[in-house]
Design a protein around this ligand. Structure first.
Ligand SMILES: [Zn+2]
Length: 594
């Protein structure tokens, strides 16, 4: 109006002519604007109410989902095509077996099963098209309450704050059926029950890894990933794979990562997995007989599902071939223009039919139709012998994890850092809580609670003029266990431990190496100082230590307690690259004359 007034332009509507430069006309135009704004609002409100009322009666129906068609009356009905129905049923059945969307997608893709779609526009509108399954389609199918017979309206309301300019589809948020404006149960014919729909939805929800739930099982070899919690701080523990894939450990790192706290605790994974696996196997043993009965039925049901899919595909291919033959024959032979195209289509459908038949033959060869008596017996005996199934090479870690998640809700572990003790609390599904105290494998002798007893025992045995092998046998017989997942002591292990502790049992044993007081071989000095043997060789070459050569020309090193301390300091200083005081530490103390 301002612009029109400035350029002396007149405005007109059905009622008259206005000059925006004139005060009275301008007032009138403003009033007209306000009235029409109010009228627009009332109109809009009335139309929305009408739409909602129609939805409340369950009559506002849009495009039907896959597996449904729209009748002329506007109602949705289950697709009359048998193959379409079988495919939708197969998707739901297979999701029950696989448990994850990705698993379902992989299964459908590997068996070349296609999804029936009736396009709503284009040349092929309303006719069946068979398309490759994709993640989004399957996800929508599993989340759609219509398959359980329910009608919903307002499940994707637009949130204008989330709308982005230029992108018409944005700003929509998905609502659960219960939160929709309208939800009418048993409104449409159903493929599945409401209970099954809810179970599928819960399962998809549980597959998402969040702080309070483990998520879908992953490919890693650990059994307890996602289930294990720290007994000290209550946070979820992480799995760490190192080196080879089967070397895993559980670590509580959230505190150190988020708050720079010291590392909470960590634990060898193999040992804990093994323990829990045994617990699970003993828990399910009573159900083995029942499992063996249902296993055969399950295998047969899966096969019959697949063979039904094949039968329907073959039928469709042969129908298409016959139809194009009929079309070709109905065409006048003189009408070459149309005849050529129909002939090409007939040939195409015959090739397609041949291809489906060949693929079917290949499938039949790889999977015989019925189980043979031997197969059946094998399945029954395997189901009754769960441990061997569990350890079989074909059993994947994902399957182990699936079983663990069915039975166990969570596991909490508390490591006693001063000893090898671990408290393991198993929270079974159903509420039972069992507590176990285990001995974890540790890396060092002094992490074991029996270490002081072991040292004093070793000291006594060394004085008894025994060889290392004899001492090892004694220790084994008395029930001492070495660290690092080894069950028994061996001679070299005893020798190394005694050298590190500085026990001089060799001299009492007739000093076979001809060593005097405070004398060491490079190897035993390396053990005593806990440094590498190359470091000792380097020190010998550089003249940092006092050495002599024996009759065979081997180095013998002399070092008393002060010298040992000097060498320890030297090693520490070399590691830090600090030059100050290094020269003094490099100078060996002269050996006193004997
Ligand atoms: Zn912790």
């Amino acid at each position: 109006m301002e612009l029109c007034a400035r350029f002396r332009t007149l405005l007109a509507d059905a009622d008259g002519l206005y000059d925006p430069a004139d005060h009275n006309d301008r007032l009138l135009l403003g009033l007209h604007g306000m009235m029409s704004e109010a009228g627009l609002h009332v109109l809009k409100e009335r139309m929305c109410r009408g739409k909602l009322n129609k939805a409340r009666r369950g009559e506002l129906l849009g495009t039907p989902p896959i597996g449904y068609i729209r009748l002329p009356s506007g109602e949705w009905a289950i697709d009359p095509d048998e193959q379409v129905r079988a495919t939708v049923h197969l998707v739901f059945d297979e999701f029950d077996r696989q448990g994850t969307l990705q698993g379902l997608l992989r299964h459908l893709a590997s068996h070349k099963i296609r999804i029936p779609v009736r396009p709503t526009s284009g040349a092929n509108r309303g006719n069946l098209e068979w398309r490759r399954p994709n993640r989004m389609t399957l996800q929508n199918l599993l989340h759609h309450p219509t398959y359980a017979g329910a009608y919903r309206y307002g499940h994707r309301p637009v949130d204008s704050r989330r709308k982005r300019p230029g992108r018409p589809g944005t700003g929509k948020r998905n609502r659960r059926p219960e939160e929709c404006l309208v939800l009418i149960r048993d409104r449409h014919p159903a493929y599945i029950t409401w209970g099954r729909f809810e179970a599928n939805r819960d399962r998809l929800e549980a597959n998402r890894a969040r702080q309070d739930r483990p998520g879908a099982p992953r490919q890693g070899s650990s059994l307890l990933a996602g289930l294990i919690r720290c007994g000290l701080c209550g946070r979820r523990m992480l799995v760490q794979y190192s080196g080879a894939k089967d070397r895993l450990s559980y670590r509580c790192t959230r505190g150190s990562g988020d708050y720079a706290e010291p590392q909470c605790q960590c634990l060898s994974g193999l040992f804990l997995d093994g323990f829990i696996r045994d617990q699970i196997l003993s828990a399910v043993a009573p159900a083995a007989l029942e499992a063996s009965l249902s296993a055969v039925a399950e295998v047969e049901r899966e096969r019959s599902d697949l063979s039904r899919q094949w039968r329907l595909r073959l039928e469709r291919a042969s129908y298409e071939a016959e139809r194009s033959a009929r079309q070709y024959q109905a065409c006048e032979p003189e009408n070459r223009l149309v005849g050529r195209e129909l002939e090409r289509r007939w040939e195409e459908s015959l090739t397609l039919q041949k291809q489906v038949e060949l693929e079917h033959e290949r499938w039949q060869r790889s999977t015989p139709g019925r189980l043979s008596a031997d197969d059946e017996r094998a399945i029954r005996s395997l189901a009754a012998d769960l441990p061997s199934v569990w350890h079989a090479a074909t059993t994947t870690p994902v399957e182990g994890k699936k079983i663990a998640r069915l039975l166990i809700e969570s596991i909490s572990v508390s490591v006693d850092k001063a000893s090898e003790r671990v408290e393991v609390e198993v929270h079974w599904a159903g509420g039972l809580v069992q507590t176990h105290t285990l001995n974890r494998p540790v890396g060092r002798y002094d992490q074991r609670s029996e270490y002081p007893r072991l040292v004093s025992r070793l000291r006594v045995l060394c004085e008894g003029r025994l060889s290392p092998v004899e001492i090892a046998e004694r220790l084994n017989a008395e029930g001492f266990v070495p660290p690092k997942r080894v069950d028994r002591f061996s001679g070299p292990m005893v020798w190394r431990l005694a050298s590190r502790l500085g026990l001089k049992w060799r001299e009492r044993h007739g000093s076979p190496e001809g060593l005097g007081q405070d004398e060491y071989r490079p190897k035993s000095l390396a053990l005593r100082l806990d440094v590498g043997r190359d470091t000792i060789r380097w020190w010998v070459r550089a003249g940092y230590i006092t050495t002599r050569k024996d009759e065979q020309g081997h180095h013998v090193i002399w070092a008393d307690e002060a010298e040992l301390q000097r060498l320890r300091d030297l090693h520490r200083l070399l590691g830090t690259r600090v030059a100050e005081g290094l020269a003094d530490l490099k100078r060996p103390k002269p050996r006193p004359e004997q």
